[in-house]
Design a binder for this molecule. Sequence first.
Ligand code: CP3
Length: 346
Amino acid sequence: MKYAAPDSLFLRACRREAVAQTPVWLMRQAGRYLPEYRSIREKLTFLELCTRSEVAAEVTAGTVRHLGVDAAIVFADILLPLVPMGLGLTYEKGDGPRVAAPLRTGGDVAKLPAFDVGERLGYVGETIRLTRGDLGTATPIIGFAGAPFTVASYAIEGGSSRNYVHVKTMMYRDPATWDALMRYVVDVTADYLNLQIAAGADAVQLFDSWVGCLSIGDYARYVQPHVARLVARITPGTPVILFGTATESLLEAERDTGASVIGFDWRVDLASTWERIGHDVAIQGNLDPVALFAGRDHVVEETRKVLAAAAGRPGHIFNLGHGILPETPVDNVLALVDAVHAYEHR
Ligand code: CP3
């Protein structure tokens, strides 16, 4: 029982097949807004939690049971590959990920090590196997990785960034080094995602969270071809969700990477955006995660607006437009999931 049943709501929606109910899962569904998660994190650091597959699988599966969502996402992080890349990754309380040795020069990129993805990141595959054992075949499991731009942005900036000055400086001043870095990240990411699929992931999501800082011209020139090569290297038959924020001007180019599902944030209007990029691609989104801080009635109303915009068209996966925030009231998350499941398209 390696994979989920192919007729699950989520997998049907990935393939743009008709569904009786819109499937829903939430980016960052397992995290600090959940008291169970916070109590596990009192005993383990974030990296310990990710690498201890039994605990990570319990977090993954426990979250699905708690929320009643239609897919699990393996508990891991987009930055885990930076550890075997030798960049000195740490997670600091309060200010997020830090990279001790950020990449700035051609020399830095040339020194990136070749490593065996199975040996160094195999624990994520083990988390997927254990999650499948726990959840059985009813619930699809989503594997994931950062998309090349977003991974490179952390590797180059050394952490989160406002203007991506170091990243863009490398692109513009040293395009050969940028290209070499993209090729390296694509190689690692393809192996990493295929490892997750071999372990039982039914679909994979590429998080290109910060790519919206680019103009369409720069996206087309410096990023899109690399994402397209990555998508082409993912095990055939596996749906690929390509997600980004602030991507309004990039969506056609993202679609042209060959991804099967395009995820976008709340800044765009779902109905006209889907029309624009074409109903022959599936979409994922797009409720503002901050809507979950409103009263319950408002949460339900906003959830229904997203569903109404999708109009029951095959190929919509309900999600937030970005990850759940740490202070989110859990009851509102449960109300959202219920509202999606109760919705009837007329
Ligand atoms: O969705 C899930 O429940 C699965 C797990 C998951 C995590 N990170 C766990 C995590 C997923 C899918 C991610 C993706 C991720 N990681 C992204 C893309 C999504 C997005 O929000 O744009 C990014 C940019 C990262 C990088 C990252 N990891 C940052 C910026 C931070 C610190 C800030 C923050 O939001 O906490 C992390 C740490 C992290 N990853 C936590 C969790 C649960 C919090 C760690 C903790 O327990 O303190």
